[in-house]
Design a protein around this ligand. Structure first.
Ligand code: AVJ
Length: 302
């Protein structure tokens, strides 16, 4: 599927690669470093708001419910939530088998009585979850939803409507473009390494011959579309071989590797409403950088 997606993406008029492929072992480690960067406020802001509002978040989620998390979290905020919620089961859903295993093992050690049901799946497509034994809450933190186009986010929310009546979604807020720019152009160039690792991964796994030194990390806030875009820009006219395919790049031509949509509270509530969810609660950090939305399935009557 990496191969098919790479061939298809590089065949588009605007070359593009899906951001879910950032997270191989090297990329996952780079992402953890991004989360600790001074410029990358998202992780700290979401953790701060979770600490600050954990009581009301857990009450909204319903103590003792089954907790479904998209993008398996062995993270601090997930552990806070588990401690406060005491879920009857925890179902982490992740595309990466390695990440899923690591999260499961670590949480099993920390919460020996918690029933953990790992689900290895790509949630950019509809998926079936194991049958539930009770009330369920979906947790989708980290502004991962920002990677989806609005129409994809709509489809994802509609799918989860069949899985739980309530949902918690972490969403990065719109803010000063300079703050956004710094977060995706850090001075240590970790984000650049994260972006460029995608080419190295394609070399490793598909035997391609990308020269990552001939591409540059480029990230900017596209205000008209409300998203940060990441690209890899070709520094020269060149061609690259992948399996039996060749792809040509003009100097300055880019591969679009990620969108990171930013939503005001209003924007996100409108998106959720169109997918059948009412925005019931919203929690923020003190600086107003990041939001956690508490959504209720509009048809559920609860
Ligand atoms: C994990 C998708 C929320 O978009 O901010 C970090 C990934 N990309 N730096 C984000 C990312 C560049 C991140 N998400």
């Amino acid at each position: 599927m990496l191969k098919d997606d790479v061939i298809a993406g590089l065949s588009l008029p605007q070359k593009a690669l899906p951001p879910k492929y950032f997270y191989d072992a090297v990329g996952s480690r780079l992402f953890e470093r991004i989360c600790r960067l001074p410029e990358y406020y998202l992780t700290r802001a979401e953790l701060a708001l979770t600490r600050r509002h954990i009581g009301s978040i857990a009450r909204f989620a319903g103590k003792g419910s089954e907790l479904i998390e998209y993008g398996s979290g062995e993270s601090l905020k997930t552990r806070l939530l588990i401690r406060a919620l005491r879920p009857s089961a925890y179902l982490p859903v992740d595309i990466s088998a390695a990440a899923l295993r690591a999260a499961t093992q670590r949480l099993a050690r920390e919460f020996p009585r918690l029933r953990i049901v790992p689900v290895h799946a790509d949630f950019s497509r509809p998926l079936e979850l194991p049958a539930s034994k009770g009330r369920r809450i979906v947790y989708f933190p980290g502004s991962t939803i920002g990677n989806l186009l609005p129409e994809e986010a709509h489809a994802f929310l509609s799918m989860t409507r069949g899985q739980a009546t309530r949902m918690l979604v972490g969403v990065d807020l719109k803010k000063d473009a300079n703050v956004l720019h710094a977060a995706y152009n850090d001075s240590r160039r970790v984000t650049a390494a994260f972006n460029l690792n995608l080419l190295a991964r394609i070399n490793r796994e598909l035997g391609a011959d990308f020269d990552p030194r001939r591409f540059a990390h480029y990230a900017f806030y596209n205000a008209a579309l409300g998203r940060v875009e990441m690209h890899l820009v070709s520094l020269a006219r060149q061609s690259v071989r992948i399996a039996r395919h060749r792809f040509s790049f003009d100097a300055g031509e880019s591969i679009h590797t990620e969108n990171s949509y930013k939503y005001s509270v209003e924007d996100f509530r409108d998106l959720a409403a169109a997918a059948g969810f009412a925005g019931k609660k919203v929690w923020m950090d003190r600086k107003g950088l990041f939001a956690l939305h508490g959504l209720i399935n509009s048809g559920s009557g609860s």
